[in-house]
Design a protein around this ligand. Structure first.
Ligand SMILES: NC(=O)c1ccc[n+]([C@@H]2O[C@H](COP(=O)([O-])OP(=O)(O)OC[C@H]3O[C@@H](n4cnc5c(N)ncnc54)[C@H](O)[C@@H]3O)[C@@H](O)[C@H]2O)c1
Length: 417
């Protein structure tokens, strides 16, 4: 470490020598003084060079300060399926975007697509970080001037959550607390939170409204509900504008074919119905297993509400635009229309053009017959309704991306979770 100091018996500007009552400056001291200034200047210059070369030093970027007329959104989980689609929409709408992702489940390839579409300086930056690391998260918030956060990052498979519940409570509940703490500490004004219909559990009455009581039945739903509660408690005494969006089953992909859904192969067994349909159509799995044909529904199979990702990200942008300081808005994001598993499979067969083999098996314990939303509140308050409600069309769009990306986003970095 470098230190600059002076000895105790030196006056501030050096000594003077007395000759017969007159004070003359000591010429040697003058040289020392000049030398010291030169030395100090050189050392300062070296320090600046060293600091500039250090990874922690960077010249201010457009991301580091607020800019009038530009809304800077932190998109956590922006390398994932929904987060990347949200980032694309935000960038198209002229928002400034920072993606933070640990790539445990997302794809760097999706970020590259976005960077190629929006290469202009100050539009998009990617930060590789784990939200479980509170120090890193706080550093990100201290180095960037965010106006809003869309918090998508999460592990998000119901089946996996029953096998590894602690991972879910940590990744969802604890990491949301970390993000919220950093937001509060750095005065970020708006939070849009990704929640889920899994927080409702098995309600007796359909459709599900925002007033339906929440009684989740698996760790995924419970972890999301706990995160919601933390946010709600915090909001009681805060000026932050908060929107909690509870999504139903998300399907589809970018209609222009730039982004898609590319989950890790190892998550296939926990996967979602659209992924399973495409895997069956591609011959990766031998066919589909539909569990339960004796539910009290029109064709005996379970009914779900499928929301297209394009509509979902539109709901986020509307939520961001309409978020009010000090208020919390909670909204279901669904079509309001339930579709049976049989209908879904038929739509998938038509979309892919493949006569997928389907085995009908007994019920799986824990599955509920019918889940669909009542989207009245979001229509009334945010002026949002689902536009892409043709199941076959949504699946056709997603299938086009799947077919042209047989290896997902290709050789993206794969990090362990
Ligand atoms: N896909 C659905 O049907 C659905 C339904 C309801 C709610 N949701 C919610 O939407 C959000 C996004 O889901 P998705 O389907 O896009 O999932 P996804 O797995 O495709 O994306 C999640 C992203 O978060 C990242 N991530 C996970 N943990 C992280 C951490 N600790 N630090 C940094 N990044 C991390 C992953 O790498 C991934 O890129 C989740 O919060 C999920 O719970 C999804």
């Amino acid at each position: 470490m470098l230190s600059f100091g002076r000895s105790r018996n030196q006056s501030r500007f050096g000594r003077s020598v007395s000759f017969g009552g007159m004070d003359y400056p000591d010429p040697k001291r003058k040289n020392n003084f000049v030398g010291k200034i030169i030395l100090a200047a050189s050392l300062t210059a070296i320090c600046i060079v060293m600091l500039k070369q250090s990874p922690n030093f960077s010249t201010p970027t457009p991301f580091a300060s607020h800019q009038l007329g530009v809304t800077h959104v932190l998109v956590t989980g922006g390398a994932g399926y929904i987060g990347s689609h949200a980032a694309l929409r935000l960038l198209k709408d002229s928002y400034r975007v920072t993606i933070v992702d640990n790539l445990s489940r997302g794809n760097l390839g999706a970020v590259k697509v976005l960077q190629e579409l929006f290469p202009e300086y100050g539009r998009l930056q990617f930060i590789y970080a784990d939200l479980g690391d509170a120090k890193s998260v706080n550093k990100i918030f201290s180095e960037n001037a965010f106006d809003a956060v869309m918090h998508f990052a999460a592990v998000a498979y119901v089946g996996e959550s029953t096998l590894d519940p602690l991972k879910y409570y940590h990744n969802i509940t604890s990491n949301t607390l970390t993000v919220l703490e950093s937001m509060a500490a750095h005065g970020v004004k708006t939070l849009i939170y990704s929640s889920t219909c899994a927080t409702y559990g098995e309600p007796e009455k359909m459709p599900i409204t925002e007033e339906t009581s929440q009684a989740p039945i698996n760790p995924y739903g419970k972890a999301k509900k706990m995160a919601e509660e933390i946010i709600l408690d915090f909001s009681k005494n805060s000026k932050m504008a908060v929107m909690i969006l509870r999504y139903f089953n998300v399907i589809g992909s970018d209609p222009e074919g730039r982004l898609g859904e590319a989950p890790r192969p190892e998550l296939r067994e926990h996967g979602r119905i659209s992924g399973a349909c495409f895997d069956a159509a591609r011959g990766i799995i031998s066919g589909l297993k539909v569990k339960g044909t004796d539910y009290k529904t029109h064709d005996g199979t379970c009914i779900r509400d499928y929301i297209d990702v394009t509509d979902l990200v539109d709901a986020h942008v509307k939520a961001l635009e309409k978020a009010i300081p000090g208020k919390v808005g909670i909204y279901n994001v669904g079509t309001g229309k339930g579709r049976s598993v049989k209908e879904f499979v038929e739509a998938c067969k038509k979309a892919t053009g493949v006569d997928i083999k389907v085995d009908y098996l007994p019920r799986r314990p824990g599955d509920y017959a019918e889940v669909f939303s009542n989207p009245t509140k979001i229509k009334k308050e945010l002026n949002w309704t689902a536009q892409h409600t043709d199941l076959q069309e949504s699946l056709s769009v997603a299938w086009r991306w799947q077919k042209s990306h047989l290896n997902g986003y290709g050789n993206s970095l794969v990090m362990s979770s």
